[in-house]
Design a binder for this molecule. Sequence first.
Ligand code: ZN
Length: 342
Amino acid sequence: MKNRVGLVVDDRYLDHCISRRSPENPERIRNLANVVRNQYAGRCRIVQGRQAQMEDIERVHSHFYLEQLKQHSVKDDPYSYDKDTYLMEHSIYTAQLAAGGCLELADSLMTDDLDSAFALIRPPGHHAEPGRGMGFCVFNNVSITAEFLRKSYGLNRILIIDFDAHHGNGTQEAFYDTDEVLVLSLHQRDIFPFTGGAVELGEGKGAGYTINIPVYSQYGDPEYTFLLGRFLQVVVEQYLPQIILVSAGYDAHQDDRMSGITLTTEWFGVATALIKQYADLACDGRLLMVLEGGYNPVSLEASVTETLDSLLTERQGKIGVMHSERANALLVDHPFLNYWTL
Ligand SMILES: [Zn+2]
């Protein structure tokens, strides 16, 4: 297997910046982008991203929100959309490039040009709701990609896995009433954005197709591996996704101060291998991972390279998931079992 892992990495993602004091600033990924280019260019295929068009973005975001953005994103007039989401001259363009990087990789996966891919983009997206940006997020990159796959390729069983420390509220809202996109989010409970309870399960045709796994501070590798493995087993075997998209956030790392979760760097490699195993099982390995949070540049760099190494590794045999008693309680008591069978 040669160059079957695609990568979007582009210095234009550094253009959106309001303040280095914001945790979501270009320094998060500046060095990482160089490391990735230097160490992975030979083994991965660097893919040139594109700018998502407004037509792509409007499948997720409201016209009213986009008009608001256009009016405020002007030179020398930085606009604070909320207390941590800013826009400047380059912001909309950079956000369009972020979404477009994912669309380009999605095209390559669907045409079998690539097996799996990683989009090293910013600004992140999973908090951006259809009607508003929030939590550093302007456009919901992973949701725009899922809508693009429905429209352009007719997909109707798309699985989105979100392992960022925070609940992917924007992604949940975008697909809350449909069964064509299943959103599985593993996140710390009782932190921003204070949504994502286990009882939030979708509505109408979407009932049972939103699955939230809110976990406690101090949970780490054993609990996360167990929960991801077991929920994936149930969902993938019964839903049979045609592609897996991942909101890959790295702020649940033990060295990232944005959450109380204590994952190690190695966990991100294990999680990637687990997800890849299920992508191989259900959808010819089609897997697109999209960067979300991760605010400690050192742990972010180590964890993203761990992820890429895992994507590049051919594994033999099934990955075992160690039992975790306290995490098992979250599984067996979870209301998703009204819709799915253990
Ligand atoms: Zn986060």
